[in-house]
Design a protein around this ligand. Structure first.
Ligand code: FES
Length: 153
């Protein structure tokens, strides 16, 4: 893997994104509350430009009419057929009985030599009411290094 500077930190404010081309791959870099995440801009369903999609939160209802909203801005919806992916992990949240795709661990650092892994493969607190789907978009290590965001591809 090689390290690539893809943006100055100020270019991607919290809630923002930038789509870059690295090593011939289109990759979306997202800022979720000061943490950076990088996802391949290719939907594992039919190849749509996933990282151009809208971001949402999660809606859940244990009973009709009692809807709870959480994780604002952390769920990415593919613009082609609206499949949803968790920006933090690349995990899909639909069709849990079908195929799996390759995924990568993501780490975020401050530019120190020993950047800490910040993002596990699964959310820190798994939601027992949700079943992870088999689809996971490819993600890449991303970190803020000084004034720049660096991803490893
Ligand atoms: S190509 Fe993304 S949902 Fe179909």
């Amino acid at each position: 893997m090689a390290r690539h500077i893809v943006a100055a930190v100020h270019e991607i404010p919290p809630g923002g994104r930038k789509i870059v081309t690295v090593a011939g791959l289109s990759i979306g870099v997202f800022n979720l509350g000061g943490e950076f995440f990088a996802l391949r801009n290719r939907c594992p369903h039919q190849g749509g430009p996933l990282c151009e999609g809208k971001t949402w939160g999660a809606l859940q209802a244990q009973v009709p009419g009692q809807v709870e909203f959480s994780r604002a801005g952390e769920i990415l919806t593919c613009p082609w057929h609206a499949w949803e992916f968790d920006i933090r992990t690349g995990q899909s949240w639909c069709d849990p009985a079908r195929l799996r795709v390759r995924r990568y661990a993501v780490s975020v650092g401050t530019g120190d030599a020993g950047a800490q892994p910040a993002v596990p493969d699964q959310p820190a607190v798994p939601d027992p009411t949700r079943v992870p789907g088999p689809y996971v978009v490819e993600t890449y290590p991303a970190e803020a290094e000084g004034q720049f965001i660096v991803i490893e591809v």
